[in-house]
Design a protein around this ligand. Structure first.
Ligand code: ZN
Length: 679
């Protein structure tokens, strides 16, 4: 009788996350991957990667690029791919069992990556390589790879003494615990609030869907009447539409005073987080946390980011005051903070009487996709060709992305566009494999668009069309990457640069010449009427200065707290004072919005000292698009230049330099103001 191989070995052999099944160039066998494959595959891959890294560190031979950085790239590639595939399945096709396995497995991957920079022998080996003749003569790409790797090790404390390393670890641990506690308090404070209104007359003004939702929410709690909470889908329609001013006030106050008193008070935690971040920056040789965060981004320093925001603020001020006065005049009264959204909505209706839903019949998904593919073909010389490949759900569409010049397959791409219960909300582009030439990338675009209903095809809103173009822009950045070092390829670029390739694509959904390629009535085939499209464009800029001013206000609060703040002061009070000139109505003294500002304090870093990048990216995309607007929306030469200098380069060069090569100069904010109708 033949003895069968041990069960484990057998399982590993057949594991589709391992071996040739996940090898470069082969389609990923989504049809065979199950939750049972995850833990054994990741365990085995971490083991292999760790052994290979240890070998690099322990080697006594003369170090070369290939035996150090080259080997690290190879040692971690398979682990990286498998982790991306698992992470993707957890986002797009999860189950309670898969989630449980992933929650156990993911921290092991995180631990593997965060241990790397702390390995003194490995760092010593890299530094030894850096001092060789070969290192001094590296080509610019490999030089950047070396510099960035050494920098990353330093940012994780590789240069610190044993005592310093210990301090840094303590700071990081406390920072992450404090931020977690901050988030939990926000969540608990959000859930602790409810407002029940029994009298139907009091919910006058509320649109029907919001009224029904409020009634269902009360019924679900076994109560009569209408229930409002601080969760956005309940809160936002209520503050925007309720005619009852005192209800709006109660809700507005509850939302903006959240987690600022009682046993869920975040004030002390904010102070501690700011203190820890400051201490971390100082320990690593930076003046403050803003400099630590921005030094490897386009902004380069906290002061430069602040200057950027200030410059926009000055240019927005006049229009902002004008909009403020117009809204007060329209309301016929002094506005309190809880009146702004309410009267703004009324003013918008009075000015435009525009129903965005009227556009949907012109945006059937099939024709929008067709138009988008055509635009990418003209601009970047790529073609989407539908392919039969294994996927994680029957509605997912797989494609090969071909280079029209030569027909080479650049990438395998999956579009997963409709909502499901086992899929995360929102829209995103996720790389599944970043390839070095001549290999092919693998990537997915996921979204939760309006699905087909009954006999109707999927009819998108303009916002959904814009989102599709945005994510396809990220997809181009990932798939057109042509960088010989994997770590520097794809979309792993500076945080304030990464939204350029995506946001720029949104512009094509606002230009008639482009929209005419795909906006056709799904039944009659009739073109989108000009009057409707013009209205859409006009409404876009309604209160543009006020909205921009508020964003600039948040960015200023963020940068101010991370570079100018003195720990003696109450950060909540300081943030209120900083924000005050940026909002339409006076803020009451109890205003404590930062006590629930998860972007800034909900994780160890998150958007801290990075909130400015929303506006930064808008300036870049509007300015870069200016070249297309001036030289032709479908000008293949401009498209080729954008592909050559931005999309194909990943993080292989300084993003400021890449931008200058495309645009011929530094970014200027004029185009943004023109687009907003504020020039
Ligand atoms: Zn994006």
């Amino acid at each position: 009788m033949a003895t069968s191989p041990p069960a484990d070995a057998n399982a590993l052999e057949e594991n589709p996350l391992l071996g040739p099944l996940l090898a470069a160039g082969e389609p990923i066998r989504f049809d065979r991957i199950s939750k049972d494959h995850i833990a054994p595959a990741i365990g085995a891959l971490i083991g292999c990667a760790r052994a290979a890294v240890d070998q690099v560190a322990a080697s006594t031979a003369a170090p070369t690029y290939d035996s150090t950085l080259g080997e690290l790239e190879r040692a971690t590639e398979h682990l990286e791919r498998a982790a991306l595939v698992c992470e993707h399945l957890e986002s797009a096709a999860t189950s309670p069992e898969l989630r449980a396995v992933w929650n156990e497995t993911q921290p092991k991957i995180t631990a593997f990556w965060s241990e790397l920079p702390l390995q003194a022998t490995l760092y010593a080996r890299l530094k030894r390589f850096a001092s060789t003749e070969e290192a001094k003569q590296l080509d610019p790409l490999r030089r950047r790879h070396l510099d960035k790797t050494l920098d990353e090790f330093k940012r994780h404390g590789a240069e610190l003494s044993t005592e310093g390393k210990k301090q840094l670890t303590e700071i990081d641990v406390e920072l992450s615990q404090t931020a977690t506690k901050f988030s939990q308090n926000v969540l608990d404070a959000t859930n602790a609030f409810e407002l029940i209104v029994e009298d139907e007359a009091q919910v006058a003004g509320l649109p029907e869907h919001a009224r029904n939702a409020a009634r269902d929410s009360a019924a679900a709690k076994g109560k009569a009447g209408y229930r409002f909470t601080l969760h956005a889908p309940s809160l936002i329609p209520a503050i925007t539409h309720l005619d009852d001013r005192s209800l709006r006030e109660q809700l507005w106050r509850a939302s903006n005073e959240r987690a600022s008193s009682g046993n869920l008070d975040n004030r002390a935690l904010i102070k501690r987080i700011l203190e820890l971040r400051g201490a971390k920056a100082k320990l690593l040789g930076f003046t403050d946390f803003a400099d630590f965060v921005t030094c490897d981004r386009m902004a380069k320093s906290g002061a430069k980011a602040m200057q950027f925001i200030e410059q926009l603020r000055v240019r927005t001020e006049v229009a902002f005051q004008r909009e403020k006065e117009a809204l007060c005049a329209f309301a016929g009264r002094e506005l309190a903070a809880w009146d702004v959204g309410y009267y703004a909505e009324k003013q918008r209706k009075a000015l435009f009487d525009f129903d965005e839903e009227a556009l949907r019949p012109y945006f059937a998904l099939e024709s929008v996709l067709h138009g988008a593919f055509e635009i990418f073909r003209r601009l970047y010389g790529v073609e989407f060709v539908s392919r039969a490949l294994p996927t994680w759900h029957p509605s997912v569409r797989p494609y090969h992305l071909l280079d029209t010049n030569g027909g080479r397959t650049i990438a395998t791409v999956y579009l997963d566009l409709f909502p499901r219960d086992n899929k995360v909300q929102g829209a995103w582009m996720g790389p599944l494999a970043t390839a070095v030439p001549p290999g092919a990338h693998v990537a997915v675009v996921a979204a939760n668009f309006t699905p087909p209903m009954g006999d109707l095809p999927a009819l998108l809103s303009h916002r959904e069309v814009e989102t599709l173009f945005h994510e396809l822009g990220h997809l181009m950045h990932q798939c057109l990457s042509n960088v010989a070092v994997r770590r520097l390829g794809g979309t792993s670029v500076a945080w304030d640069f990464v939204e350029l390739p995506s946001q720029i694509m949104e512009n094509w959904t606002w230009e008639r010449e482009a929209v005419e390629l795909f906006a056709k009535h799904h039944v009659t085939g009739e073109r989108l009427p000009s009057a409707l499209f013009d209205k859409l464009r006009t409404v876009r800029n309604y209160r543009a200065a006020s909205i921009q001013m508020q964003q600039l206000g948040y960015a200023t609060v963020d940068l101010d707290l991370h570079c100018r703040y003195d720990l003696q002061e109450d950060p909540v009070e300081r943030a209120r004072r900083t924000l005050a000139p940026h909002v339409t109505a006076e803020l009451p003294s109890s205003f404590a919005m930062i006590a629930s500002f998860g972007h800034l304090f909900g994780s160890a870093t998150g958007y801290a000292a990075g909130y400015y990048s929303y506006k930064w990216a808008e300036v870049l995309d509007a300015d870069a698009f200016g070249r297309f607007r001036d030289e032709g929306l479908f000008n293949p030469e401009v498209g080729a230049a954008f592909r050559e200098f931005v999309l194909s380069r990943g993080d292989s060069e300084d993003p400021g330099e890449l931008y200058r090569r495309f645009r011929g100069r530094d970014p200027e904010p004029d185009a943004l103001f023109v687009r907003m109708g504020l020039a």
